[in-house]
Structures are given as structure tokens and as C-alpha cells.
Design a protein around this ligand. Structure first.
Ligand SMILES: [Zn+2]
Length: 111
């Protein structure tokens, strides 16, 4: 496992870009959820691969994420499929894929 840097942020929940893991400092209030989230982010690869998508589906903590966001509303920013990171556009491929699947389902239902 590669060494990673942990950076505390005031929005989203947690995400990883390269060898840096960004985590909302409000996670410190929920040590169990924070540990689970950190362990998950550590498993992600440096560059997004298909196995990262499978990891997110397999280890989905959607309900825990929603509960966290209801208490820490800036966490909802993490549900956006796009983010501006260091003045560059970062795309969350997992989120984008899930939104695309929902869009197709909705399109099929409405047509
Ligand atoms: Zn993940």
C-alpha cells in the first residue's frame, strides 16, 4: 500500500485524488464512520480504474453518507459528479455513471 496524505476539508464526505485523501473534518465526530470511510479510500488506486467503480458499488455506504449529510449539509457537495479541485475540473466517474444509469431509466420510463 502506498503512503497517502490526509487533508481535512469542510465539504463533501471523502474522496481520493492520486495519493491524497480528502476528508470532511466533521467525520471526526463519528469515529466509527470516519475509520470505515478512511479504510475505503485507502483501497482506491492512484488512478481511477474499473476496479474502483466495483469497490464503490461493493462497499456502498449510501445510507450512512446520507445520514452524515443531513447533520452536515455541506457533505451533500460530495454527491455532485463534478468538482473544481485546485482550479481544475475533477470528475467522479462512479457518481457520473450512477447518474447516467438513472437518466437512462428515467428516459425509458417517460417515453
Ligand atoms: Zn470510493
Amino acid at each position: 500500500m502506498n503512503a497517502v496524505e490526509l487533508v481535512w476539508i469542510d465539504h463533501s464526505i471523502a474522496y481520493r485524488i492520486g495519493d491524497t485523501i480528502y476528508m470532511n473534518y466533521n467525520l471526526l465526530k463519528y469515529p466509527e464512520f470516519m475509520t470505515k470511510t478512511l479504510m475505503h479510500e485507502m483501497k482506491h488506486s492512484l488512478n481511477y480504474q474499473s476496479k474502483d467503480f466495483l469497490l464503490d458499488i461493493k462497499e456502498s455506504t449510501l445510507w450512512d453518507n446520507i445520514l452524515f449529510c443531513l447533520k452536515n449539509p455541506r457533505g451533500f457537495i460530495g454527491f455532485l459528479p463534478f468538482a473544481i479541485h485546485n482550479k481544475k475540473l475533477a470528475i467522479d466517474i462512479t457518481q457520473l455513471t450512477i447518474y447516467a444509469i438513472f437518466a437512462v431509466i428515467l428516459w425509458v420510463i417517460l417515453n
